[in-house]
Design a binder for this molecule. Structure first.
Ligand code: ZN
Length: 491
């Protein structure tokens, strides 16, 4: 038995101005051939897939795997290089099945449904009978091309996403059973016109906890091979944005239809619970300053680089400085110009400049600062939280600035060169900042930070900030989004 393994994972924010090109994928890891096997043991789809294949004694044809930080649409040449590599491999040698690690919310320069276009090309090269099992992120916008060309789609079950390797493992085991003729999967799906607020997609809260509980219970019923829910990626202007339920049975289309309806009806009935109460910047900072104990985490919902934002939004920083917050730290603001200035000035020097909001007009305004350069580094760190524990990453060159706020208070800001979601306490600790000793921690992350920060946070406040991941969808010039859709429309 031989299994082709490949993948490209990108969440494309179609409102971001800069396309995501090859350099962004290379910076994040562009693995070819046998390099994929080195991912064994990591909490990635490829890592889980390699592990399962070894356990089952299945031969792998590892082709290519890459991903990039969410951002603007993917350049065509990246798409072509991945699809081309898979087509070349298929022409050279025929596998018994194909496992693909996809995101499901990739838009390319030429394709609204990048994942669907990829699946269509792979299907054409592999033929109609070949089992193709693809994993998806929980935030996929599942389009018709994906459903028509994949045999089975397996979305992540968790947010924060901690089941990546588990899904890779599941995909390989199902592909092997299909290839050996042990099962004949039939996949059914239902689209739900819902864009659920990110914070309520957290696996630990309602309604998501109950929704996934039902999905897991259904997966244990006789005849069911797998089931899943994609919660959508709202910042992609595409005609198939919205939630999707998938159910895969063993050759029982009637059962699949019944069960997909059961899950979809359950979600629709509970959609109102997805609505989050957000704090204004002013309310959140006052509440944090008055809190009896810290750390109070302020989640910068509008500027989450994990959803493709500029990561240079300033609105929370502005409030902290202006209100004279004590013991506050902002993680992070991307501003290569200010980093360069800090490196020129050196540790201990004072700089005066404009910080942040330089990428576009959507993330607040550059703010004038007077600051001490407290620390300079290359920004390297190793994740320590549950999501990517052990994985190396870098903020690029990084400066910790102590900004003089009002009433003599100092606000610390981690200013860096790269857009990195602040989902891990290691980002602060690598910069000499012990998060448990800070009263207020502002993070550029929507939900993923909960894995590492919930154990230390006294309180978490979700803040309504401007940016490319704002939950106020009226800020975005949608043209293709299917309407009506909840909560934009009264349904
Ligand atoms: Zn996701």
């Amino acid at each position: 038995m031989r299994l082709l393994l490949a993948g490209i994972s990108h969440e494309s924010n179609t409102f971001a101005e800069t396309p995501t090109d090859l350099d962004e994928f290379i910076a994040n890891g562009f693995f070819r051939g046998a390099e994929l096997l080195d991912l064994a043991g990591t909490n990635t789809v490829i890592g889980g897939a390699v592990g399962a294949a070894r356990e089952l004694g299945v031969e792998l044809m590892p082709v290519v795997a890459t991903s990039a930080i969410p951002g603007g649409v993917v350049a065509d040449r990246v798409f072509e290089s991945v699809v081309g590599a898979i087509e070349t491999a298929l022409a050279a040698e025929r596998p018994d099945a194909i496992v693909l690690d996809l995101h499901g919310a990739m838009v390319t320069e030429s394709h609204d449904d990048g994942d669907g276009a990829l699946l269509e090309r792979v299907r054409a090269a592999a033929g109609p009978e070949m089992p193709i099992v693809a994993t998806l992120d929980l935030h996929a916008n599942v389009g018709p091309q994906m459903l028509d060309n994949a045999s089975v789609l397996i979305p992540f079950d968790t947010y924060p996403h901690v089941d990546n390797a588990e899904r890779g493992d599941e995909a390989v085991r199902l592909a092997v059973r299909m290839a050996s003729g042990a099962v004949t999967p039939v996949m059914t799906s239902r689209k739900l016109p819902i864009l659920p607020d990110g914070p309520r997609q957290f696996s630990g809260v309602e309604p998501t906890n109950s929704i996934m509980g039902l999905v897991h219970e259904i997966e244990t019923r006789p005849g069911v091979l797998t089931a899943g829910v994609c919660f959508a990626f709202p910042w992609a202007d595409c005609p198939f944005a919205g939630m999707t339920v998938t159910v895969v049975t063993d050759n029982d289309p009637v059962l699949a239809e019944i069960l997909v309806d059961e899950i979809a009806t359950f979600i629709w009935a509970r959609r109102a619970e997805f609505k989050t109460t957000l704090w204004t910047v002013e309310e959140a900072i006052h509440a944090a300053m008055q809190a009896p104990a810290g750390p109070v985490v302020l989640a910068d919902l509008g500027d989450n680089p994990g959803g493709g934002t500029a990561a240079d939004g300033t609105s929370i920083l502005w409030g902290l400085i202006d209100l004279g917050a004590e013991g506050a730290v902002v993680s992070t603001i991307r501003d290569p110009e200010v980093v360069a200035l800090a490196f020129e000035a050196g540790e201990g020097a004072e700089i005066e400049t404009m910080l942040g909001a330089k990428t576009d007009e959507r993330h607040g305004y550059p703010i004038p600062i007077k600051a001490v350069v407290k620390r300079l580094s290359n920004g390297d760190f190793v994740y320590e939280g549950p999501m990517e524990r052990g994985v190396r990453d870098t903020l690029g060159r990084t400066a910790v600035l102590g900004i003089h706020g009002r009433y003599g208070a100092d606000v610390e800001v981690i200013v860096c060169e790269r857009r990195v979601q602040s989902l891990d306490t290691a980002i602060l600790r690598s910069q000499g900042i012990e998060p448990t000793e800070r009263k207020i921690i502002a993070l550029k992350s929507a939900v993923h930070f909960r894995g590492a920060f919930m154990p230390i946070a006294a309180q978490i406040l979700e803040v309504d900030t401007p940016g490319l991941t704002s939950l106020d969808y009226s800020r975005f010039p949608y043209q293709q989004l299917p309407r009506p859709i909840w909560p934009m429309d009264d349904m």
